[in-house]
Design a protein around this ligand. Structure first.
Ligand code: KG4
Ligand code: ZN
Length: 333
């Protein structure tokens, strides 16, 4: 079964074709660049750009794979969570195609897509496993009971992990989005340079909290000169990043051990962090746990993961009708 995937939940416009939920036949992502000067996503600009880009992105993807009513079997589209204006662009595009081409439509949860990005990396992946979703808007620890069946184990009490990266990057004057910049600068920084505080939770509580860490970076920087900041930029990035990583890895591995599960699959933009990948694998191996990451390009928002999730939803006999609406705060389970 060949599924056309469409993703427009935030500032990426993406179209892909995936076979049987596992094999990517074509995929194309356009990332908006207009937000960097504002230090964050401007929803009105995001939706306007989605509207401008959806048809060109679809046409570009069509050059790689001849998308037509006879060459694809169904259309999967992100219906939430995300920015309402952005979501509506992809959703209406998908509905129009489904109506005009008389093809089944399936609405997909964006967070579920981030889980399925791992299946694109390892076609043999099978539940049950623990998954950590770390993106700009979400930090969720989930037990995947079966495909499309989830138990939420924990989430963030305040900021998402990616949001913490972006806000600290802004404090350091690194521009938006900042996760990638911090990752690069931290590579040659001293992780022990400064010990930023970590949040503590009771045993068995798989919770996350990053706003205290962000504030402690702000307080730390308050009386530091520009010279100091630029001289120790790499070290500050590495020290901050190491704290975030510890706060992500520890609850994830505890959850796996407590649930007797030996596989953790990570997804979302922050899963692209090179040090997170290295530290996670290292610490998990000490406990006999395997960690899986999507390929870099499937960590951040893309439509291949949406097509993959859509395939499994359709395989369960689910289908959406044309009254499907976008839901900005759509929960995973
Ligand atoms: O999944 P995603 O593309 O969009 C959302 O669904 O939110 O994630 C974007 C987030 C941003 O906060 C960005 O700073 C972060 O992922 N990110 C990274 C890295 N690459 C992207 N964070 C840390 N290290 C990276 N290499
Ligand atoms: Zn995302």
């Amino acid at each position: 079964m060949k599924i056309l995937g469409i993703e427009t939940s935030c500032d990426e416009t993406a179209v892909a074709v995936v076979e049987d939920g596992k094999v990517v036949l074509a995929d194309f992502v356009y990332s908006q660049v207009e937000h960097s000067e504002f230090g964050g996503i401007v929803p009105e600009i995001a939706s306007r750009q989605q509207l401008r880009k959806i048809t060109p992105v679809f046409e570009t993807c069509k050059k790689a794979y001849d998308i037509s009513p006879s060459s694809i079997d169904a259309i999967a589209v992100t219906r939430g969570p995300g920015l309402i204006g952005s979501l509506m662009v992809g959703l209406n595009f998908a509905k129009a195609l489904s109506f005009g081409w008389n093809l089944p439509l399936i609405g997909v949860n964006h967070l579920e897509g981030h889980i399925f990005a791992n299946l694109l990396a390892d076609n043999s992946l099978k539940p049950p496993f623990i998954t950590l979703i770390v993106s700009g808007g979400h930090t969720l620890l989930v037990r995947v009971e079966d495909w499309c069946q989830y138990t939420i184990l924990g989430s963030t009490r305040d900021d998402a992990a990616g949001e913490a990266f972006d806000k600290v990057a802004k404090l350091l004057g690194l521009g938006y989005p900042g996760g990638y910049m911090i990752d690069q600068l931290a590579k040659v920084g001293d992780r022990e340079f400064h010990r930023f505080p970590r949040s503590h939770f009771k045993k068995g509580e798989y919770q996350f909290s990053f706003s205290g860490l962000k504030t402690s970076v702000a307080v730390y920087l308050r009386d530091k000169s520009d010279d100091f900041r630029s001289q120790y930029l790499n070290d500050i990035c590495a020290s901050f990043q190491e704290r975030v990583i510890d706060m992500l890895v520890t609850p994830s591995l505890n959850a796996a051990l407590d649930h007797g599960i030996d596989l953790v699959a990570v997804g979302g933009g922050v899963a692209a962090n090179s040090r997170l990948r290295e530290a996670f694998v290292e610490r998990a191996a000490q406990k006999g746990i395997r960690v899986l990451f999507p390929a870099f390009k499937y960590c951040t928002d893309n439509a291949a993961m949406i097509a993959s999730a859509g395939y499994f939803r359709l395989a369960r006999g689910e289908q959406s009708d044309h009254s499907l609406v976008a839901v900005p705060y759509l929960p995973l389970a």
